[in-house]
Design a protein around this ligand. Structure first.
Ligand SMILES: [Zn+2]
Length: 362
């Protein structure tokens, strides 16, 4: 069998847009919109459509040079151009490389396949079973609220495993104090600067499952302390958030153990990200957890229902936040007491003072 040409995923993400892929898949005419923002009915094969499919449910846009898609309907999946081809075709990484090589031979550098081992240095945005879980691999580089939550591996129902290591983190980080975090908060959530390894230079945020299946976290999320030095185009530079590949983003609710501890009888407030949890905690609302973005996975819905607490959703006052909050509320409403707090456009939970929070949350 002739060897299949190898293309770099980094190059694919840079040179091939989602509209290019839709054209190659024969789907281009199913989407409408302006040049860099398209919407339509979700084309994913697994999507269960009702009698009148919603033509707003599947959104495509370009941010900082990176094309992203997300289904806000049934599948709640999303990702980059590579994830789209994977989701549409069911191909694994090596077949997806071949697919791009075949469809865009003039726009990509076709190389001889690398020997085994060299290819694992990069990947598309979602982990796949091809990779050993022991290899934390590459990061996902979007602001959590900017990118779709996705089912990491849609058919993965295996229990979460705690990491076999813990990171030694330095809690004394000027960046955290500049962001208004108090030493108490830093201690409570165990965050700090990571010096070595994949998250070197990042503030690492340990993330636990609930109830905990072990003493170690199930993952660490990295936050670059300060403005990212590189744009998203430069994949080698630091990015605002770094999600190691094996990070179980859609299988945990951040800060849940802390949120439920000692707050019996109180509702659980749900926000989009860890720093909002910290702000709420410091404002007198320790009963707050986060979903790692506006898009709440079905697994996160199950986790929230299982707390048996009344739920108050308070997502960011932007389109992604409000759409994600509505979708989560729709799935929660029959199973829990749910209230949504609608913030003004552009407003985030961490912009609100203690008294403003009291007002909207009471
Ligand atoms: Zn869908």
């Amino acid at each position: 069998m002739p060897e299949r040409p190898y293309v770099s995923f980094a190059e694919v993400k840079q040179r091939i847009s989602i509209p290019d892929v839709l054209t190659a898949l024969g789907l281009a005419d199913r989407f409408t919109g302006k040049k860099e923002t398209l919407t339509g009915v979700c084309p994913l094969p697994g999507h269960q459509h009702g009698p009148s499919p919603n033509s707003e449910q599947f959104k495509i846009n370009q941010r900082d040079g990176l094309w992203l898609w997300h289904c806000f309907g049934d599948c709640q999946r999303g990702g980059d151009v590579i994830e789209l081809v994977k989701a549409m075709t069911g191909f694994d990484n090596s077949h997806v490389r071949f697919w791009f090589a075949e469809h865009f031979p003039d726009r990509l550098t076709l190389q001889q396949p690398h020997r085994k081992g060299t290819q694992t240095s990069e990947t598309s945005e979602a982990p796949t079973k091809e990779k050993a879980p022991a290899n934390p691999g590459k990061e996902i580089t979007q602001e959590p609220s900017a990118i779709a939550a996705k089912k990491t591996i849609s058919n993965d129902s295996s229990p979460l495993k705690p990491l076999r290591f813990i990171l030694n983190l330095n809690p004394d980080v000027p960046y955290l104090f500049e962001r208004g975090l108090k030493p108490d908060t830093i201690r409570r959530f165990g965050i700090g600067l990571c010096r070595k390894g994949l998250l070197a230079g990042y503030v690492a945020i340990p993330v636990y499952d609930y109830p905990r299946s072990g003493t170690n976290p199930v993952g660490y999320l990295g936050r670059w302390p300060g403005e990212p030095a590189a744009s998203h185009r430069d994949e080698t530079g630091p990015l605002r958030y770094k999600f190691p590949e094996s990070f179980p983003r859609n299988r945990v609710v951040y800060g849940l153990a802390e949120a439920l501890d000692g707050t019996e009888g109180q509702p659980l407030i749900v926000v989009e990200g860890p720093f909002k949890v910290y702000h709420l905690f410091q404002s007198g609302f320790p009963n707050t957890g986060a979903t790692f973005g506006a898009s709440v996975s079905d697994e996160q819905v199950e986790i929230l229902v299982a707390t048996r607490r009344p739920l108050i959703l308070m997502f960011d006052g932007d389109d992604a936040g409000q759409t994600g909050m509505r979708s989560a509320a729709e799935r929660l409403i029959s199973r829990a007491s749910v209230r949504v707090v609608k913030l003004e456009p552009g407003q985030h939970p961490d912009d609100l003072s203690h008294s403003e929070l009291e007002k909207v949350l009471s």
